[in-house]
Design a protein around this ligand. Structure first.
Ligand code: SF4
Ligand code: SF4
Length: 404
């Protein structure tokens, strides 16, 4: 006798997918063209047709734990070939966005980050935080206190203490949100893959899971999956520019952080007075333009700027029948653009000697950096982390892409 299966459609989920760019979902008539043309779908239980069916049934629980949703790189090959214009690539993108919100906590912040009406409130949080903490601690100097005579330094206005008092807890908060979300994510991925017969391993061997990481990381760094796409293979270049830009700036920030606190600690050991003499005589920015780390910072900033500009142009000129740009897409590309503009702008205005203007642009830059740190676990940018983990899981579990 056939087994009875009870389906529990989540109507709210269907609405959410609609809102996030998957508004063509119901056009699908399940022909499977998309699964055939997808260049990276496995032979065994290929995607995205089955995800289209699950999504139109509102099976949210099944989809948030579906590893295949994350193997999709939204190249759009399937959307171009779909005879019904159902844009399966965008539907999968909308499901990923929903899954990021599903795994992130606190939920209220996740909802805010994905709601355009809440954008002013999200921006107001760091503005108020910097002003209030800066005024209470006295670390925000409306009358700048020069660290180096005759040299404009952003630290004269916002003490580096103030920046770190706010950014270290913010960064830690984001890391904790990611770790908690990923713990549930991997557990769900595995339960679902076992249940659906996509994998043969029953329990996760964490050592082997971690050993699968280097191969996947190399694939990501080389953007191999993007280059398998037919329709949007040129997207690999801009995506790489933004990824390498972020990696470069991450290295630069870490390096200058270590230099500042390392030199401060060395001064403290020699002279004592950590918050006075040692702070004053530590190696503060600005650093010489001849410093190779500064070159890396500038090149990374330019990569972010050019990458985000080309991404915006591509989104504006793309055929709307094949791809739609959601609020989540604009939020991400807009934030990358503003980070680059304010970062490079703060440097150029400083070099031009425009003290008031450079302090203001630097403040805007700090607001953007706060938005990047604090809201990334809830925004589309989190796909960088979730997709990496899902790809490692797929590699570990032997979920192979089809061979040409
Ligand atoms: S999304 Fe389009 S191509 Fe895929 S099954 Fe549905 S109708 Fe066919
Ligand atoms: S968007 Fe590209 S990777 Fe994603 S399902 Fe469609 S063809 Fe496959």
């Amino acid at each position: 006798m056939a087994q009875k299966v009870v389906l529990e459609p989540d109507v709210q989920f269907i609405r959410e997918v609609n809102k996030r760019g998957g508004d063509t979902l119901k056009k699908c008539f399940q022909c499977a063209t998309c699964s055939v043309v997808c260049p990276i779908s496995p032979e065994n239980k290929p995607f995205p047709r089955k995800e289209m069916i699950d999504a139109s049934w509102g099976l949210s629980g099944k989809l948030v734990s579906d590893v295949d949703v994350w193997l999709c790189h939204q190249c759009g090959d399937c959307s171009v070939k779909c005879p019904r214009g159902a844009r399966p690539g965008d539907v999968l993108g909308a499901i990923r966005n929903y899954a990021i919100e599903y795994y992130a906590k606190p939920k209220v912040l996740a909802k805010w980050v994905n709601d355009p009406k809440m954008l002013p409130a999200l921006v107001a949080i760091p503005v108020v935080l910097f002003l209030v903490v800066g005024l209470i601690t006295g670390l925000l100097h409306f009358k700048p206190v020069p660290l180096h005579e005759g040299v404009i330094s952003h630290g004269d206005f916002f003490s580096s203490w103030l920046v770190d008092i706010i950014f270290i807890p913010t960064f830690t908060f984001a890391a904790v949100v990611f770790l908690l979300g990923l713990k549930n994510f991997v557990t769900d991925l595995h339960s679902s893959a076992v249940r659906e017969g996509k994998v043969t391993v029953q329990t996760i061997n964490w050592k082997e899971f971690l050993l699968a990481a280097p191969k996947v990381l190399l694939t990501i760094v080389k953007h191999e999956k993007f280059t398998e796409c037919g329709e949007n293979s040129d997207r690999a270049t801009t995506h790489m520019m933004v990824l390498y830009g972020f990696i470069g700036l991450f290295i630069v920030t870490g390096f200058f952080f270590l230099v500042l606190y390392g030199s401060m600690f060395a001064q403290y050991l020699a002279h004592g007075d950590f918050f006075g003499y040692a702070y004053k005589h530590a190696w503060h920015s600005p650093y010489s333009q001849w410093n190779p780390v500064k070159w890396l910072a500038n090149i990374s900033g330019i990569a972010l700027l050019v990458g985000s500009l080309v991404m915006m142009k591509n989104r504006l000129t793309k055929d709307p029948r094949h791809a739609k740009t959601s609020y989540q897409d604009w939020y991400l590309v807009g934030l990358v653009f503003l980070l680059a503009v304010t970062g490079l702008g703060a440097e150029m205005t400083r070099l031009a000697g425009a003290a008031g203007l450079t302090y203001f642009v630097y403040f805007l830059h700090l607001v953007c950096v706060f938005c990047l740190f604090a809201y990334t676990p809830f925004s589309k940018l989190a796909h960088l982390v979730y997709r990496t983990v899902a790809m490692i899981y797929a590699e570990y579990a032997g979920r192979e892409a089809k061979k040409a």
